[in-house]
Design a protein around this ligand. Structure first.
Ligand code: ADP
Ligand code: MG
Length: 696
């Protein structure tokens, strides 16, 4: 059939039609090609249908038989609706039970042939399956086909589309249109790495012959995703580093003046990273470096070393922070360093949107005239009227809060400046490689001396009074405390309600006499910052918050953090949160309040109580949650990986990455004729990515 699968709507596929096509939209499927790429969530091994008489209690097994009776009743103790269906396969009987799905009552008509897959139980001397996956087999033919005697794909569904229907349509589309899938991965690579043709891979991913074939198919598809994504990431890097930037050279004695200029000794890790930055910045090729380190590890000083270098070379630098309060904090630190003499002579300005127009105006003018050496600001820096005289060093704090485009906008204000990206969210190596390609990475893995220790302990909700008494004790010693409530769902008001209730209750009862503050996601930014500032100034004793407490805000006197429903937070997030306490000389106390139900949640809580290493926690989190959710929903790029998972397919990632490096080393701008097909594919797959590269 000669139609274009990438443009033809699914509605023209036999058996679909306009109404179903509309439903497919909910699954992100519009075209035939998109249906071919709608991959199963998981598989069930139904190659072996177990005779009911031979089922093994405790195992997941598939059985098939005829419905001999069905009835609906209320469960006597939970009052739930209960559907009970007895299935007979000639050699034995089993009872299947479903809760609260009354529509099932009429579904399992007597005499119907069904297949069920689930865990086999023994209950009152009879065999039983609770809430098994089920399917009604409409005719004998079904037994031969898609749902039985094979490894069966389980797809993501939407209302009005069933597994049976989807399997039938996918099977048809694979058979009829599969041949039209074109192999975008170059032939030599396929041969070299023994990768299956795409057509076969797609067919195997939907209906695997066996798990080995499935692995091969997955390997092929993941390789392809990694390969093209890595080329993009590397091209983006090259579009920055292949240019000519400023050469910053300073004397050893001047470098030492900075390093020895603090009232404390820099950690070995800090000195190391300073050395790396100095080396990079003294080269003509622009630096592109990611600086990672836990909250409080002393990244800011290290980043400011670059500003110092730029200053010594008569050039400007800029530091961009995600919020005004952070920008102000950086600015205050810088002013102190100017007064202390470490940054002697540096003319620094703060540029944030809350400034009065007149004030902003004069700062903008001074920046353009070159009368300012160091500008610290927020998104306000990105404004079109902010122009620099000779910007040659840029720091982006908390990278994942900014898009790649924003980073580019700032650096385009200079002449290929050196770029340092800072993050306090530990990014596991594999994910880092995936996202940032060859970005150079510096890690501060050592905390300054003399910091208090942070102790983490887990409590049940019943123990809340105990926790409250402990917090009160600390407040009486003059410390401050955070209470963090999880964001259940942005669209729900529940989270806010929990925090508001706590606010009232704390004020009237638990912490009567203390000053309580509340911040939540619905507050305006200015309002949030006002309360954070009051907390910082010790005008508030207990801060209740539903949102993640402003990343990186320094409140050294806040040493207690209570996290409610801790099981609802990701591990990396919990680690970030507790990084906010124990920043001064006092010990910090993190109380996790949670009654975890699942075994997995219990494991996670144990891990956070036991482990203090952010990277270990991050790796763990990545494995559990997958890459898509690691940074939250909108993290650029990661959405492009549909099946490939950097946490579990490191070997494939490395192979693909090596090939991407080989390609781009040979042709860093993909300008050779033979590489035009690849460029076309990238343009189609990553339109915004490539635009950045081509603009840059
Ligand atoms: P980060 O940005 O990594 O969260 P900061 O750079 O804000 O950490 O440092 C946190 C605090 O620790 C600051 O008050 C800073 O002056 C201080 N600090 C940084 N490095 C050291 C060190 N080596 N020894 C003692 N204190 C340090
Ligand atoms: Mg900081």
């Amino acid at each position: 059939m000669n139609i274009s699968i990438s443009t033809t709507s699914i509605q023209y596929v036999k058996g679909v039609g306009p109404a179903k096509a509309k439903l497919f939209e909910n699954l992100g499927v519009n075209t035939i090609e998109e249906l071919l790429y709608l991959f199963p969530n998981r598989y069930e091994d139904r190659r072996n249908i177990t005779p009911i008489a031979q089922t093994i209690t405790g195992e997941y097994q598939a059985i098939t038989g005829t419905v001999v009776s069905h009835k609906a009743r209320k469960s006597w103790h939970t009052k739930k609706h209960l559907t009970e269906v007895v299935i007979d396969d000639g050699g034995g009987r089993i009872v299947c039970v479903w809760f609260n799905q009354p529509y099932l009552d009429s579904y399992f008509q007597k005499g119907r042939c069904v297949i069920c897959y689930g865990k086999i139980d023994q209950f009152k001397n009879r065999l039983q399956m609770v809430s098994p996956d089920y399917e009604i087999l409409q005719d004998e033919e079904d037994k031969e086909s898609l749902s039985l005697n094979r490894i069966v794909p389980i797809y993501p569904l939407t209302r009005g589309i069933t597994q049976r229907f989807l399997r039938k349509i996918v099977d048809y589309v694979v058979a009829v249109y599969g041949d039209q899938l074109s192999d975008e991965l170059p032939k030599d690579l396929r041969a070299k790495h023994k990768l299956l043709p795409i057509r076969e891979s797609i067919a195997q991913i939907h209906f695997p012959n066996d798990f080995d074939d499935y692995e091969q198919a997955l390997r092929r598809v993941s390789f392809e995703e990694f390969y093209f994504f890595q080329i993009c990431v590397i091209l983006r890097r090259l579009s920055i580093t292949l240019k000519d930037g400023a050469v910053h050279k300073i004397l050893d004695s001047d470098a030492l003046k900075f390093i020895d200029g603090f009232g404390f000794e820099l950690t070995a890790a800090q000195k190391n990273v300073i050395r790396e930055i100095r080396r990079d910045m003294s080269r003509r090729a622009p630096m592109l470096r990611l600086l990672q380190g836990d909250v409080g590890s002393g990244k800011t000083i290290v980043a400011l070393f670059g500003c110092y270098m730029a200053f010594m070379c008569n050039r400007q630098s800029a530091v961009m922070a995600p919020t005004e309060i952070l920008a102000r904090q950086h600015f205050a630190n810088v002013q102190k360093l100017i007064d202390d003499g470490v940054l002697k002579g540096v003319r620094a300005e703060l540029l944030v949107s809350s400034l009065k127009a007149k004030e902003k105006d004069s700062i903008v003018k001074a920046i353009e005239a070159g009368d300012v050496d160091l500008v610290i600001g927020t998104h306000a820096l990105l404004s079109e009227d902010v122009k620099f005289n000779n910007l040659s060093y840029v720091v982006v704090d908390e990278q994942h809060k900014f898009g790649v485009r924003q980073r580019a906008v700032l650096s385009e204000k200079g002449n290929n400046p050196d770029i340092l990206i800072m993050t306090a969210t530990p990014i596991p190596r594999t994910l880092c490689m995936t996202l940032y390609g060859d970005l150079d990475v510096s890690i501060i893995d050592e905390m300054p001396q003399g910091r208090g220790k942070v102790r983490t302990k887990h409590f049940s909700h019943e123990e809340f009074d105990k926790v409250a008494a402990f917090v009160k004790g600390k407040l009486k010693e003059g410390r401050q405390a955070y209470f963090v409530y999880p964001l259940i769902d942005e669209s729900e008001k529940l989270d806010l309600k929990a925090a508001e209730d706590a606010y009232k209750y704390f004020k009237k009862e638990v912490f009567k006499g203390f000053r309580i503050g509340l911040i939540h996601g619905k507050l305006k930014r200015a309002e949030t910052e006002k309360i954070m500032t009051a907390f910082k100034n010790k005008e508030i004793d207990v801060l209740i918050t539903t949102t993640v407490v402003e990343v990186g805000v320094d409140v050294a006197n806040a040493t207690v953090m209570v996290i409610e429903h801790a099981e609802r937070f990701g591990l990396a997030q919990l680690h970030q949160l507790r990084g906010r306490i124990g920043r001064g000389g006092h010990d910090g106390y993190c109380c996790l309040i949670s009654d975890p139900v699942t075994e997995e949640a219990q494991k996670r809580l144990k891990a956070i109580v036991k482990t203090t290493d952010g990277f270990k926690i991050a790796q763990h989190d990545l494995e559990i949650r997958g890459p898509g959710r690691y940074f939250g929903r909108h993290q650029h790029g990661l959405n492009e990986l549909k099946v490939a998972n950097p946490a579990t397919q490191i070997d494939i990632l490395k192979l693909a990455r090596d090939e991407a490096i080989a390609l781009t080393e040979d042709d860093p701008k993909l300008s050779k004729t033979k590489n035009q097909p690849i460029k076309c594919i990238l343009r189609e797959r990553y339109p915004t990515f490539l635009r950045d590269v081509e603009a840059g």
